[in-house]
Design a protein around this ligand. Structure first.
Ligand code: FE
Length: 183
């Protein structure tokens, strides 16, 4: 099974669930995030990162020893672990950082903070609130911090009910181009 097939399969099996009370399904949310990335004319690896940024929510197999390994079942970490075996850091790092990117944006962009939906405000609290100055500095040191912030913005936009965007099959070829070659 190619990585493109695997991703299509995951979305087909579990993508129909709703995206946390928003008017879109998990699949629609992913397709819209990828669409916004494409509109921004970014490299293909970021389009793929946008498409799979929440794949951690759709994965079934959680390793039994996950707690022993000190890993919280955070979806961004689950996503990274899965993606790491298939893509390079240019894909899995923005995915891993996309939750932190929200806390980063809340600390550095007042407009972003003001526009947060009530639900997002609530989860922000649980996520630790806006970053401290020190966390901001640390975040900015990540090689893929800018990509993570861009991904976050597409993530926030990708909640449009009934939006017409390319279907999943469109991304199969893009995925195969970006996938890591272990040779
Ligand atoms: Fe998302």
């Amino acid at each position: 099974m190619s990585v493109g097939d695997e991703i299509v399969d995951i979305f087909e099996k579990r993508g129909a669930g709703s995206y946390f009370g928003e008017p879109v399904s998990q699949l629609e949310h992913a397709l819209q995030a990828a669409y916004f990335a494409e509109q921004a004319q970014v490299p293909e690896y970021l389009v793929v990162a946008a498409l799979v940024h929440d794949i951690g929510h759709l994965l079934e197999e959680i390793p039994e020893d996950i707690a022993e390994r000190g890993v919280d079942t955070k979806h961004e970490e689950l996503g990274r672990a899965w993606l790491e075996k298939r893509f390079g850091p240019e894909v899995y790092e923005p995915v891993r950082l996309h939750v932190d990117a929200k806390r980063y944006l809340c600390a550095t962009d007042q407009t972003y903070l003001d526009k947060l939906s009530p639900a997002s405000r609530l989860s922000l609290k649980l996520q630790g609130g806006p970053m401290t100055e020190r966390e901001v500095t640390e975040f900015e040191r990540h090689r893929f911090c800018r990509e993570a912030v861009r991904l976050r913005v597409w993530d926030d936009l990708a909640k449009v009910e009934g939006a017409q965007v390319p279907a999943l099959s469109y991304y199969r070829g893009v995925i195969e181009k970006v996938v890591r070659r272990f040779v």
